[in-house]
Design a protein around this ligand. Sequence first.
Ligand code: OSB
Ligand code: MG
Length: 374
Amino acid sequence: MIRLKKITLREIRLPLKEPFQISSGIETERRILLLELEDAQGQATWSECVAGALPNYSPEAIDTAWIAIEQWIGPFVMAGQFETPEEIGPALRREIRGNNMARAAVEMGCWAIDALKQGIPLSRALGGSRDKVGTGISIGIQDSPETLATKAAHAVDQGYRKIKIKIKPGCDVEFVEAARAAVGDHALMVDANNAYTLEDIPVLKQLDKFNLTMIEQPLAWDDVHMHSRLQKIMSTPICLDESITSVEKAREMIELDSGRIINIKAGRVGGFSEAIAIHDLAATVNIPVWCGGMLESGIGRAYNVAMASLPNFKIPGDISPSSRYWDRDIVTPEWTMDSEGYVTVPETPGVGIVVDVDRIDDLTVRTARIGDKE
Ligand code: OSB
Ligand code: MG
């Protein structure tokens, strides 16, 4: 039984070690919305909302998520009683349109509280079985093909099992060629974050010769249909990220053959119930999935690692160690990766991390509390 009693929202600002550039924008500092959830029996956990500062990945941003959680999602979940965490995602979906990342932050936190109460790790509560998860790196758009090549080669040396590079028109064929030369036959993929249209087919077709594991979201952020036209023309498998916002969208992708791989981000799809539904559907048609990232702090990362332990997460995820993003993370110990490119799945109950509350206090720029006013 889950009965939430209190939610504390906090915004922290965490400077990235290096700016992260994708086709739709650049980020130098993460504004992160953290939640502390507490249930009627006093079980408490932290969760993270993955929305960024600007609505340049999906329509959500940290400021819209803040309002959605404070005014609608928090009060709705706190007014209810749920036998299992499985019920919360569907109930929220019926109640609130969109606002997936905001819904997910609360829903995922409830899964963690339930795992804590059961005394099991979150990964097991979700149905995961792996004790470590394969890890890739996502490298932002660089100034030159040479800089990119150096970074890509270094990432291979560090053990990353998959190298993903961001592309956009003007920073594509030459950049991919340099990266491919730098990594040899290591797994290499590109992510366009919707920077192309069908007019760009001549350029996109050129990418076929680099033996890429996949091309992620080349066309519009909310498109499924046009990707199916592109997949007919390209031999490189298309992976959808932004467009898969629900299990229905995944079904559309499968039926239209708009892609052959799915990037799952629980935040993007409204939480774990929906993420698991997509994972399970993909497994029935032999479509592999992998865990995407949103430059999460060590808290959001714990949720990603737990989800990536499910069996159909067959491709290394964007689950890099803390040191790839931050000078100092907000969890102790920080997330690390072994030399083979694996991150260990925690075995302790709940999310399995220790949150550095003093550090969070130092980084907090605003707080709000809902429920239980003391
Ligand atoms: O498209 O996967 C993406 C970060 C912010 C917004 C969108 C994306 C990304 C990443 C980051 O690629 C991956 C990571 O967290 O390491
Ligand atoms: Mg992506």
